[in-house]
Design a protein around this ligand. Structure first.
Ligand code: NAD
Length: 544
């Protein structure tokens, strides 16, 4: 029985550990890496709180060490998806009715388990399964996921506190109900934190969820599921399944209780989902919520007044951290002719110092791309430069090697025209394309920056001239959902830079913010009148 309002104060962002040589965290992480590598994991699905093994086993290997076997996952079928939906719907009533402080307690406990007992196991799983270096794993699978859990509890508490006005004669109140049905979470390979946030944000709001991660993220996703179970998540609230992508869509989008999809991944897949949902719209009990964060072709616009060192350093980090496999990665840069040579010289000098190799050697800044499909797609763009008839050239890098893992050197392409293919299409790998424009005509290039691609996810401008900063910020108002001034376009932090883009980049519902949580709620307004009228008449229609 409730007899108090509970507070969930604004949390602080989880501190990022440094992993310097001989630090306690480095030793602990190295131990976790060795332990995980010495065992082969047999990874089940989780349906209705039970581990489900289909027997259809698929290998998991580190992208940077394809000769090593990490384990297997059990692939799912349409039948497993149906079981997951049934389990979710059966769990719905009790979960939706659970008082908020008990639901919140589960996710705050999961955050604390992740920050302490599971931190190094989770980071090691992300490093091995997705080929992230120690720092990239720490900011993703530890800090960002902890932040998502803690901040969402705080934000949802704020929403629950938002109430309409009342008078002495009646009480108005809003109940923030979960959606009527189940939510499907479909998550990408590149962030363990997104994998964790997409099912937990709707679940926190009282929804029940079917979660399908990318096959290449199952290794770390299953560790998060272990954490949720240990934190006390009731059976059936989040069901983790591994069917092929089209299968999950076919089953879920046909179901009358489908209430929403929380997606992050490529634009093409999201558009297919949207079409299928539209085709089935008459079947559903409610209008489904469609939330998707998708691709990007993120820009860096450099003004003639920019600081050369700052541009070079931020291009090096923004384009090549995690091998450019961030939706926010800088992938096209527009350099003014007055400083273009100086930036290129500095950037190339920086790139020469970046070591590439496996994740367990902490001196490697660059690791492998996620899988063979990505390797083939990225290297095709690099090979295309050689056949471009002088339209483009390789300024740095361009070599690749798949003998031990999916390794592609950080590569900088110089394009001669603004519509060269690598300036327009999302490549999702360690490839940056630069274009040099006439510094005297910097205002003219802004239209190109704005309209070269259909995406509008992230973008950065570099300048020291304040009038230019103001002008570019205004002119590029719709070019990016996350806009950076004198900083790289990557590295958004929960609570600090709510993340998401518009145009073809998604519905811009800003993961890890109030805006996102509203999408998983369906408010009921209640008016309670204390002393009801007993006569229909008003004064105005009485005779004079
Ligand atoms: P992807 O689209 O290939 O896969 C995403 C998920 O969709 C996976 O779980 C996949 O199995 C599933 N899927 C594939 N086909 C499906 C279908 N027909 N029906 C239902 N599900 C299907 O993306 P990815 O390669 O995992 O991730 C890279 C992409 O994600 C890039 O385009 C990147 O820009 C984008 N991304 C965007 C953000 C953002 O916040 N905007 C963040 C991370 C990644």
């Amino acid at each position: 029985m409730h007899n108090a309002y509970f507070h969930y104060d604004q949390p602080k962002n989880e501190p990022v550990l440094g992993y310097a040589p001989k630090s306690a965290e480095r030793i602990a992480l190295q131990k976790a890496l060795a332990e995980m590598k010495s065992a082969t994991r047999d990874i089940p699905m989780y349906i209705n709180g039970k581990e489900v093994r289909s027997g259809d086993k698929h290998e998991i290997r580190p992208p940077h060490e394809t000769g090593h076997l990490l384990g297997h996952y059990h692939a799912g079928t349409a039948d497993h998806v149906k079981q997951a939906i049934d389990a979710a719907l059966a769990a719905r009533e009790n979960w939706a009715a659970m008082p908020w402080e008990h639901r919140a307690g589960i996710f705050l406990k999961a955050a604390e388990l992740l920050a302490t007992k599971y931190r190094f196991k989770m980071n090691a799983a992300t490093m091995l399964g997705q080929s992230k270096n120690a720092y990239q794993a720490e900011i993703d699978s530890a800090c960002e996921l902890i932040d998502f859990l803690r901040f969402n509890v705080h934000f949802l508490s704020k929403i629950y506190n938002e109430q309409p006005i009342s008078t002495p004669a009646f009480h108005n109140r809003m109940e923030y109900r979960p959606l009527e049905g189940f939510v499907l979470a479909v998550t990408p390979f590149n962030f363990t934190a997104i994998g964790g946030n997409l099912p937990t944000a709707p679940a926190m709001c009282g929804n029940v969820v079917v979660w399908k991660p990318a096959n290449t993220q199952i290794y770390s996703a299953s560790v998060f599921m272990e954490i949720l179970v240990e934190a006390g998540l009731p059976a059936g609230v989040i069901n983790l399944v591994y069917p092929p992508g089209p299968v999950i869509g076919d089953v879920c989008f046909e179901h009358p209780d489908f209430a929403g999809v929380h997606f992050t991944g490529s634009t093409g897949v999201f558009q297919t989902m949207w079409k299928n949902i539209g085709t089935n719209i008459a079947k559903y009990k409610s209008y489904p919520r469609i939330v998707g964060e998708t691709g990007g072709k993120d820009f860096v616009m450099v003004h003639p007044s920019a600081d050369v060192d700052a541009v070079a350093a931020n291009l090096a980090r923004g384009a090549f951290e995690y091998q450019g496999q961030k939706c926010s990665a800088a992938s096209r840069a527009y350099l003014p002719s007055n400083i273009a040579d100086a930036i290129k010289t500095k950037l190339v000098a920086e790139l020469k110092t970046m070591k590439m190799g496996p994740v367990d050697d902490f001196t490697n800044f660059i690791n492998a791309v996620i899988d063979e499909k990505a390797f083939n797609s990225i290297t095709k763009y690099i090979d295309g430069v050689k056949n471009s008839n002088g339209q483009a050239s390789i300024l740095y890098g361009g070599s690749y090697d798949k003998s031990k893992g999916w390794f592609i050197e950080p590569t900088v392409i110089e394009a001669k025209s603004t519509d060269y293919v690598t300036l327009c299409e999302e490549i999702f790998g360690p490839v940056l394309t630069i274009y040099t424009y006439d510094a005297d005509k910097w205002m003219d290039i802004l239209d190109t920056v704005d309209h070269t691609s259909g995406y509008a996810l992230t973008g950065a401008i570099f300048a020291q001239d304040r009038e230019a900063i103001e002008y570019m910020t205004r002119k590029l108002v719709n070019a990016a959902g996350n806009f950076y001034i004198n900083d790289k376009p990557t590295g958004a932090v929960v609570g600090q830079q709510p993340f998401g883009g518009a145009r073809a980049s998604g519905t811009n519902d800003k993961a890890g913010s109030l805006l996102n949580l509203y999408r998983w709620l369906s408010a009921r307004t209640i008016k309670e009148t204390y002393v009801p009228v007993t006569n229909y008449r008003y004064p105005f229609h009485q005779a004079d």
